[in-house]
Write a protein that binds this ligand. Sequence first.
Ligand code: C2E
Ligand code: CA
Ligand code: CA
Ligand code: CA
Length: 279
Amino acid sequence: AKQRGRRNWQCYEAGMGAQVRRRQFLLGRLRRALAGNEFFLVFQPRVALASGAVRSWEALLRWDCPDGGAVSPDEFIPVAEESGAIVPIGEWALREACRQFVEWRAQGLDPGSLAVNLSPRQFAVPQLAERIADILAETGMPPTLLELEITETAVMEEFDSAARTLEHLAGLGVGIAIDDFGTGYSSLAYLRRLPVDKLKIDRSFIGALDDSPHDAAIVRTIIELARALGLTVVAEGVETESQLRFLHGVLCHEMQGYLFSRPLCPSACAQMMRDGVRL
Ligand code: C2E
Ligand code: CA
Ligand code: CA
Ligand code: CA
């Protein structure tokens, strides 16, 4: 037994070592990735319940690391957040998303509105609202067509300063959505004290809809409360027809997920806008 215990420990250590090395590798590469033009954006359409028309697009970051292949955001975003690299990377993503959006409109297309993710780490940067206002002015992005997706964690850590930043952004006309709603310290009470427009129900709830009555109850309750507070609800990660039927039944406002479309490269998005596709 003693022998086996030691062997397990060695496996565990080796596993940890690999993880730490991978992290170090990514950290080193991330530092050079912006200058090396290794990032690009894809956009996932968000569909209106009633019409199936594409209402908006969420910009999602992709990284083509030269000697690491395509690294998923779920792997590199946490590393970028921990190291602070997410601050310049996130600003790049916002600027690039706005630039692309304005370009679509200049081509006579109607992309509706644009959603961009903001990490909690960015949220703590002083003068965030001013920096965002500068990016909007620089790119010619209409503030009322931009929506920033933030998480509950970002808001709850420093509530008062977060509230001031959000007030400032809302004052510019920028929309605010709470991402991954239901996974953090959900308290609908705090929402009343913030200029929030939208809740995005986390895809873990949507994924469980088909076989969990509890999750169905949670989703229904979130939608009812949101409606009572005058907020719009987006369901993310919609993958099946039966999830869609449920969301229709509870009058969820907007939907996003592989059932409609995966995130697409900008030219595929433009084609979809040109064709006026209903999903
Ligand atoms: P998120 O903001 O919750 O984005 C939704 C994620 O779900 C995206 O993964 C999207 O591709 C994926 N998704 C959409 N529909 C479906 C579906 O039907 N099924 C499944 N299984 N997944 C679906 P992605 O692009 O890999 O991004 C992962 C996370 O990385 C994002 O989660 C977000 O937290 C973060 N992220 C991505 N881009 C940015 C960025 O520009 N800035 C920041 N701060 N975070 C970002
Ligand atoms: Ca998001
Ligand atoms: Ca989300
Ligand atoms: Ca998520």
